[in-house]
Design a protein around this ligand. Structure first.
Ligand code: BTN
Length: 281
């Protein structure tokens, strides 16, 4: 790792760990300053959102976690750390994979997805997940709140070895770029260069609301919200709220009025009628 190291208080690479989020949490709990970074070639107990596991065979993905002590953010703005990680990775991935700016989209809250056309051999079109973000916090609202943001992005992962059950819902930068080899170190460097100014901006009280808004794939589309133990609901997504981080949906009981859906309220957001193309990785 050559560039952006000054931005990091501690950075370590591991061949294999249970979860990079846990590595960083241990560091933060022991008093390590922000921003600390753990990168792993493989995770044996990688975690996704809502208790799901996150699987990526060794060498196929960039798996990392950043640790923060965000005393500069009020508790209700901590979500912005995950958003800047997602935005920086989308920018970096487009640059490294040679994709047009804006090709990668965010699916609220923080997935990075790409829209693909139906392919030869009957491959389903629709949204495919390229990366997922897991934000975890401790001591929220105290004088020493901690935040851990982990991201896993499918990088040099050939379609031939996608897990069968995920093959229609996920993809990798290698596949999206038409078979270009993706170097994880190059992607990491590109990411660090882009996340540093975004974190500095947060420290100064600024967040790129417009950039976050522009990347959203759900805006103007009908989404299916799945809550734990409840019947799914289909609603029109009309945007995102740059203050609260909420997904804004049309209130069917009061047309013309927006309703907020907060992170943690739903276990899955899918595009309605997306066929085989929405994401479950
Ligand atoms: C999701 O989409 O459900 C979130 C996936 C987050 C996966 C990353 S990989 C690096 C970090 N360590 C983990 O255990 N999870 C995150």
């Amino acid at each position: 790792m050559t560039t952006s190291v000054a931005f990091l208080s501690r950075h370590e690479r591991f061949r294999s760990v249970p979860s990079t989020n846990d590595v960083v949490r241990t560091w933060l709990t022991a008093g390590t300053a922000e921003v600390c970074l753990a990168v792993a070639g493989e995770q044996t107990a990688g975690r996704g959102r809502s208790g799901r596991c996150w699987v990526a065979p060794s060498g196929t993905a960039l798996l990392l976690s950043l640790g923060f002590r965000p005393g500069y953010l009020p508790a209700d703005r901590l979500w912005r750390l995950a958003a800047v990680v997602s935005l920086a990775m989308a920018d970096a991935a487009e640059a490294v994979a040679g994709l047009a700016v804006g090709r990668l989209r965010l699916k609220w809250p923080n997935d990075i997805v790409v829209e693909v056309a139906s392919g030869a051999g009957g491959a389903a079109g629709g949204l495919r997940k390229v990366a997922g973000v897991l934000g975890e916090t401790e001591g929220v609202g105290t004088a020493d709140q901690l935040a851990i943001v982990g991201i896993g992005i499918n990088a040099d992962w050939p379609r031939a070895s996608f897990p069968v059950e995920l093959a229609d819902s996920m993809t990798s930068l290698r596949e999206v770029s038409g078979g270009r080899p993706i170097d994880a170190d190059e992607l990491l460097e590109a990411f660090l260069l882009r996340v540093e100014p975004r974190v500095m901006a947060l420290r100064d009280g600024h967040f790129d609301v417009a950039g976050w808004h522009d990347r959203q794939v759900t805006t103007g589309r009908t989404v299916r919200l799945e809550r734990s133990g409840e019947e799914a609901e289909e609603v029109l997504a009309v945007g995102v709220d740059g203050a609260t981080g909420a997904l804004l949906v049309e209130d069917s009981a009061a047309p013309g009025v927006d309703r907020e859906v907060l992170v943690g309220e739903v276990v899955h957001v899918r595009l309605a009628a997306a066929g085989g193309g929405d994401v479950t990785q």
